[in-house]
Write a protein that binds this ligand. Sequence first.
Ligand SMILES: [Zn+2]
Length: 413
Amino acid sequence: MRTEFDRELEERLVRYAAIDTQSDEDQPSAPSTAIQLEMQQLLVAELAEMGAAEVRLTDYGAVLATIPATAEAAPVIALLAHVDTAPQFNATGVKPVVHRNYNGGTISFADAPGLALSPQHSPELAQKAGHDIVTASGTTLLGADDKAGVAVIMTAARHLLANPGIRHGRVRLAFTPDEEVGRGVDRRLPQDLAADFAYTFDGSTVGEIEYESFSADGAVVTVKGVSIHPGTAKDKMVNALHLAAKIIQTLPHVTMTPETTEGREGFIHVYDCRGGSAEATLKFILRDFELDGLAAKGELLRHVCATVQATEPRAEITCEIRPQYRNMRYWLEKDMTPVDLARAACRDLGIEPVSVPIRGGTDGSRLTEMGVPCPNIFTGMHEIHGPLEWVSVQDMGLSAKLCLRLVERAALG
Ligand SMILES: [Zn+2]
């Protein structure tokens, strides 16, 4: 069955998903890719059209807007979603497909005959018979991460602006670029938002109200060898590739990697290796839910680098570790107001809220650390960052209803 918001949510998701907004961590610009601005300009036009106030595209690439208050003395709440899609998989030429009134069976893909999405592979799908499921066509990701969140917030905003009888405080909207490359929260964003607290709509399963993320560092290891013509290299050449391989080989393989961990376990993940015999660079992400666990992973990486360095003094191995974001629980557990409000709004809709630690980060992790407490709310997206990505329109509908219930409940005091 389709409820009041489903048609609008589906229309928005399909339209937004077709726009290529992939981010790229190798580009230093803000936003990292100019294509994201096309989407941002569209949102600016749509927000102005629906009557939002203070609509602007910041020079750091975020779209901000306001829904003016209709009630006194309510907290200012910010609603956030990110417009970029993940760099890990093809995101060009997305053709969204709506599987209306899904029959509970296997979904096939027009552009990839070998590909299949089934409840066996994605167990949540088993409960979605009768829903309208949106996927891509097989060769790209869908980008419901996070265009489902964008569609939810835009639909809720349109509804609030069209119904000034709904009592709520000042609501700030923010659509950020570059979340997927960890640069969604510019240092000016907290001040520009001027909100008491915020929510990202960037979560998965219905009912999820998340307030715990990884703590995250990034590391770059550079190996400088000694370069010389191979024909006269005896006792002179130091091959950076051999040493880089030795570093990867010495780090844990059967433990402490993304593919061998789950739940509250952290990891060291080498995700990029490039260079030549003269110089090679390895890129890592380090993740743990606790700061001491994160620090230990950094120490292990440094120790491995030092050990390999000791085997070849003529090489030069450096290891640079930089903080990326911190577990938002450290701040939110001191004041659970935003989490409790979201949980209460969820229960108002007859949905039992669940809080599981996010094995990743969100714009909310950075934002919370910078003083704007920001839990993460479900949107219904699943199997993100790959060709099997899917979202239920009806689950997006629940997310939009929660969004509306949240701002109304906050005004009750
Ligand atoms: Zn996301």
